[in-house]
Design a protein around this ligand. Structure first.
Ligand SMILES: *Cc1c(COP(=O)(O)O)cnc(C)c1O
Length: 396
């Protein structure tokens, strides 16, 4: 057999981490990496956070899994805390971001069905978005590289350009259920939604009885220095998908909704064997305890400002390579003038620095939210050294 035992769908690199500590990862031979990727915005508390480790270990020894056929004191408690902290009235727990978006799509369709408008099943989505890899979420994601060969896709999605409010409004018709949008696009290249765009989508929803469905899988959960990115815009969604940071590395996601938007999600309409099991709830509770601690989000905002200004100061010194800084809080992107994948590999292989490439030649910078000034200083030093010795390829 020539196919690897692990299905070869990822272009895996040579870094093979076996241990993590705070903002650092260690490879099989003890090599040390500064991790400003955080498992793609997942390890919000860094690696091996003692409170998270203890919560998982204690819960594993107490009760790991029971069926959702039984009552869930752990799920009720965490859902209540999310309800108290957000726009939402109700929460469905999932095991991943794609499942959270699936639940959001189902909730939106089912709302209009319950309202007696089953023809309103189309979600208006946005080019260069990313919503996950299930058949439903690749149908919502208008990117050929994720869809080729997987047709037929799910009907019921239309696409406008991100930040093009008029283009999105022009797609509204009698079949429209609402909008599905990332306030800040992650995979798409750290494109930040404008105030006018997101407020305009909200206003259109209010005007036409549509639902605003936000995908905050990457930009939510403290990443921008707010608990959720939509707070930066002073708007609220009707439905929101969350994952990544919510479990701090434990597979957990959630779909949050208002009572009104969730009116169709009654007994028997949705489910998940693992979703919201006691182990996941313990992890989620530990993460939320830390994030709701005094000053946590202010710290993220302050570190974000500091990191952004360090990056901005670096641009003139490397202006053959660096173009601009994008993003908010600790969800930052450095747009390059050449291929970002190659530069990310160079930083990783030659300078022990982990970042993530995104679309549009952006280097995504997603450190653990618990970093301090010393990590930013180390990052800045490694990045400028990496840029100084880097030779971009002419035809990149
Ligand atoms: C990562 C991501 C997803 C998919 O999450 P998975 O846990 O990989 O299924 C969905 N939406 C956004 C915005 C993401 O960044």
């Amino acid at each position: 057999m020539s196919t690897p035992a692990l299905m070869p769908v990822y272009p895996r690199c040579g870094v093979r981490p076996v241990r993590g500590e705070g903002a650092y990862l260690f490879g099989e031979d003890g090599e040390r990496y500064l991790d400003f990727a955080s498992g793609i915005a997942v390890n919000a508390l860094g690696h091996g956070h003692p409170a998270l480790v203890k919560a998982i270990a204690d819960q594993a020894a107490t009760l790991m899994h029971v069926s959702n056929l039984y009552g869930s004191p752990q799920g009720e408690a965490l859902a209540q805390r999310l309800v108290d902290a957000t726009f939402a009235d109700t929460v469905f727990f999932t095991n991943s971001g794609a499942e959270a978006v699936e639940c959001a799509i189902k909730t939106a369709r089912r709302f209009h069905h319950a309202e007696g408008n089953p023809q309103r099943h189309d979600l208006i989505c946005f080019n260069n978005a990313f919503h996950g890899r299930t058949l439903g979420t690749i149908s919502a994601t208008n990117q050929a590289k994720m869809r080729d060969g997987f047709e037929p896709l799910l009907p019921g999605f239309k696409y406008a350009d991100f930040n093009d409010l008029d283009g999105a409004l022009a797609l509204i018709d009698d079949n429209t259920a609402g909008f599905l949008v990332e306030p800040i696009q992650g995979e798409g290249g750290l494109m930040t939604g404008t105030d006018e765009f997101l407020k305009g989508l909200r206003a259109a929803c209010d005007q036409h009885g549509l639902l605003l469905v936000l995908d905050e899988v990457q930009c939510g959960y403290g990443r921008t220095g707010k608990f959720f990115a939509h707070e930066l815009y002073g708007i609220v969604p009707d439905i929101m998908a969350v994952a990544k940071g919510i479990g701090g590395g434990f597979p957990l996601g959630a779909c949050l909704a208002t009572e009104h938007a969730a009116k169709g999600m009654v007994f028997g309409t949705h489910g998940s064997t693992y979703g919201g099991n006691p182990l996941a709830m313990a992890a989620g509770t530990a993460v939320l305890d830390v994030m709701q601690g005094e000053g946590f989000l202010d710290h993220v905002a302050a570190m974000g400002e500091r990191l952004r200004s360090s990056l901005e100061q670096m641009i003139p010194n490397h202006d053959h390579l660096f173009h601009e800084v994008r993003g908010r809080g600790l969800m930052l992107g450095l747009k390059l003038k050449s291929d970002s994948r190659r530069f990310v590999a160079h930083c990783r292989d030659n300078h022990g620095l982990l970042t993530v490439a995104a679309g549009d030649n952006v280097v995504r910078i997603l450190p653990p939210l618990v970093i301090d000034e010393s990590h930013i200083a180390e990052f800045t030093q490694k990045l400028s050294e990496a840029a100084r010795v880097y030779v971009p390829v002419a035809d990149d």
